[in-house]
Unconditional design. Structure first.
Lengths: 337, 128
């Protein structure tokens, strides 16, 4: 879509004039992603002192909650969480404006466009990030420690999900997909037998991993995509970034393919995140791996129901990757786990 | 019996055509999806090569584990039920070995380059 024919260009320009100090117009508007749950637009506010790089996150077509999954929070909530995280020192893209009805472009918010890289392949291989890589795991630990200190009384309404809740939620989805996976059954059984008695629940980001971290040569610059944030076990965030698919082949660097658990946990504890419980971390690593496996089954199901995307079909065949990861976690071939 | 070339050889040729001749002429998303399509054909090729024998072996393991006859689908569903309700665990003789053998075969077909699979092969003694 060209800028001239883009129906949001004119109203967005008005929004920018009203809410971005000094803005006289907008420039370089382009759609960044075609996600089903959210539109992401990149644009610059034109001001006398130069271009201000911005991002608009908007509900698809501007409609309230259209296409958002049951676990996604409303965009206003996402904006609120970003502001709360910023208050406790989590690096985030500052929120400039939450859209209102009078803005006329639906539901969403405008935030700063933080420069950097989110693609794991580049972060893990490019020379530009060589200096940052050894620091990232510890930084992730420190960031999660702060994120988990957001006062619960300040939180907007959010769903609460304990480990036990999530096991049952994914078990229901697995059963609905109706295809036998003995390894997944073994994992569900293990998770039910080993579900932690959760004593403390905090704000949990829910999708803290490569792809949702804006990284520069200096390290983590911003934590993005707060749409599945909820109240849960803080250990869930420490584990999700460690599941093998997020290591992108660097299997011996459990934290996102760039660092060690020791560095992650040391950063977490040093920044006031409380004592890391290795048993709970393992529980969440098994659950996280299984979740991705069930999501892959969902792709196969969508394909069989008529979405003829070859990409979706091949992702369906990736549930076996999570089975080998689960077997290595639950029935290791060597003595160590 | 069909004439030559075999299904495996035909798929191999199409996959090579996409990867080496069609893809370099394509751009952006279409080029990416062409690569995905070639990868899908490679899965089919490996399944044709490995699947029949591996399927027979899986079925014979399932029959011996469950002590009954049935199809791959039916016996896998029964195994799932027994694991779910705790009748069979990793301590059940043969279950661990069966799950490992089945999992490694699935990966040999679906994604033999996957890091977790490569590491599991090393741990199993360089693939036996």
């Amino acid at each position: 879509m060209t800028e001239a024919s883009n129906p949001i260009a004119a109203p967005l320009e008005d929004v920018a004039r009203r809410h971005i100090p000094g803005a006289t117009g907008i420039d370089a508007l382009k759609r960044l992603s075609g996600g089903a749950s959210q539109e992401i637009w990149s644009f610059d506010a034109v001001t006398p002192s130069g271009a201000v790089p911005l991002i608009l996150r908007r509900a698809p077509g501007g409609f309230r909650d259209a296409g958002r999954s049951g676990t996604a929070v409303p965009l206003e909530t996402e904006a609120r969480l970003i502001r709360l995280a910023e208050e406790v020192g989590v690096p985030v893209p500052p929120v400039r404006h939450v859209l209102t009805e009078e803005d006329g472009i639906g539901q969403g918010f405008i935030m700063d466009r933080v420069p950097g890289e989110t693609l794991a392949r580049k972060i893990l291989r490019d020379e530009e990030f060589a200096g940052a890589r050894p620091k990232l795991a510890r930084q992730c630990g420190e960031i999660l420690a702060r994120l988990h200190t957001v006062e619960k009384s300040k939180l907007p309404p959010l769903r609460t999900a304990t480990g036990r809740d999530e096991v049952e939620q994914y078990f229901t989805t697995y059963k609905q997909l109706d295809y036998p996976h003995p390894v997944f059954e073994l994992a569900f059984r293990w998770l039910r037998d080993n579900a932690p008695q959760t004593t403390e629940l905090t704000l949990v980001h829910g999708d803290f991993r490569n792809g949702n971290l804006m990284i520069g040569p200096d390290g983590v610059r911003a934590v993005l995509d707060w749409e599945i944030a909820h109240v849960g076990d803080p250990m869930a965030d420490l584990s999700w970034i460690c599941i093998n698919p997020w290591r992108f082949g660097n299997i011996d660097m459990p934290v996102g393919g760039f660092g060690t658990r020791e560095d992650l946990f040391a950063g977490y504890e040093a920044a006031g995140g409380g004592k890391v419980d290795p048993a709970r971390v393992k529980f969440w690593e098994v659950l996280g791996t299984l979740k991705w496996g069930v999501m892959c089954m969902g792709m196969a199901s969508a394909f069989l129901q008529g979405d003829r995307s070859v990409e979706r079909a091949t992702i369906g065949r990736r549930s076996s990757e999570t089975e080998v990861d689960l077997m290595r976690l639950l029935a290791p071939l060597t003595g160590k786990e | 019996m069909q004439d030559q070339p075999s299904a495996i050889d035909l798929i191999g040729a199409v996959s090579e055509f996409i990867r080496n001749h069609a893809m370099p002429q394509l751009k952006g998303h279409t080029a990416f999806h062409a690569l995905v399509a070639a990868n899908a054909l490679d899965i089919v090729k490996r399944e044709l090569e490995i699947g029949p024998k591996a399927g027979d072996e899986e079925l014979s393991r399932l029959k011996s584990l469950l002590g009954k006859d049935g199809s791959l689908d039916a016996l896998n569903r029964e195994l799932c039920a027994k694991i779910e309700n705790g009748d069979m665990t990793l301590d059940t003789p043969g279950l661990r070995e069966h799950l490992w053998a089945t999992t490694l075969t699935k990966l040999a077909i679906d994604q033999p380059k996957y890091s977790g699979y490569r590491r599991a092969l090393e741990e199993a003694g360089a693939g036996k």
